[in-house]
Design a protein around this ligand. Sequence first.
Ligand SMILES: Nc1nc2c(ncn2[C@@H]2O[C@H](COP(=O)(O)OP(=O)(O)OP(=O)(O)O)[C@@H](O)[C@H]2O)c(=O)[nH]1
Ligand SMILES: [Mg+2]
Ligand SMILES: [Zn+2]
Length: 378
Amino acid sequence: MAPKKRKIRVAFKKNRGKRSRAGHELREAIRQDDLDLLTSGERVSGKGNLSRHRTIIAEESEDGQELVVELDVDRERCLAGRVLSIVGAHQCRVQAEEGTVYVCAVRQILRTLSQDARNAVVAGDRVLFEPEPGNQGMIVRVEPRSGILGRGVGRSHQLLVANVDLAVIIIGAVEPHFKPNLIDRFLVSCEKGGVKPIICINKCDLAELPKLLPVVGLYSGLGYQTVLTSAATGFGMKHLADIIRGRQTVFSGQSGVGKSTLLNAIQPELGLVTSHVSLDSGKGRHTTRTAILKQLDQGGWVVDTPGIRQLRLWDVIREEVEGYFVEFRSFVRYCKFPNCMHVNEKQCGIRAAVADGLISAERYSSYQKIISDEIDPD
Ligand SMILES: Nc1nc2c(ncn2[C@@H]2O[C@H](COP(=O)(O)OP(=O)(O)OP(=O)(O)O)[C@@H](O)[C@H]2O)c(=O)[nH]1
Ligand SMILES: [Mg+2]
Ligand SMILES: [Zn+2]
């Protein structure tokens, strides 16, 4: 379905005081776009700080989550490009279609309209920008996104990457110790964001393969492709390279699992910085600090992301979580209550299936933690 176009009115603060708060108020103002706000022109509304309104044309994404503004964009002057990475608070590196990389600022109104200024532009975004001398530029439009990965941070939402079609969730065969709950959260997040997930167990040179079979069996049994690799020995690397060829991929997982090392092994010229896992804690050191998009010689591109400890799901309501646990689907029909949350209700098909070993106890435990918003400690 084509995105809906509609007019909305945006309130501009006369005096930009505290920025984050202002962004919130502006967003609220946008939500009130009922009919009486659909008149064009500027006027003084008498609403104190929120005093200037302008009518703009915006496209809304299908889920109503995003607004893409078409405000006096002079397409003749613009180049199309893709955001490679964010630099500092308000700038990003953008690669134009012909290959040149520009350092671009982001037009204020795009920051105002995004639900959180940090999400105005993310790695993977397709943008239009006005080039300026010295390979600089100004982003004036962000194209509607598909295939996103994001997470909750505090009370807001942080987009990690946009326009990916494949997420490789990397876990370590040894340290850092992998957390099944984190994998399950990634899987939910991918399903929600329209991204196909696969699981990659790296550092297989350090592990006894038979010990990994239960994890491989569990996830491949659920239909998630699972690959075993060692960036150190090259084991499984061709397979992984083949999987990401020609695709728009994001590598995600805990710090220290080898995301950057795997990409360097696939294409050494990428020269991504890597670092040892701390011997004391068995944790990575958060070597990769920001999401970086890289073109692959074999076709396609990949975004290397910073390791994350936890993944708080965003915009996922309790009732929809069961739908993201694929193996629950055939058992919910045995629940007595149609609104069963599968926690302590009587005659629950899911709990019966767990008791019978038909659903894995780890997966059920992940489900419970997700619906109670319980995050594993580091
Ligand atoms: N033995 C072994 N070590 C590996 C392998 N892959 C990565 N490493 C090592 O693991 C450490 C962490 O690798 P990185 O690539 O920096 O990990 P990362 O996932 O990018 O970590 P962040 O950028 O912090 O998120 C480095 O010392 C790598 O050499 C592997 O397959 N086997
Ligand atoms: Mg890294
Ligand atoms: Zn139930």
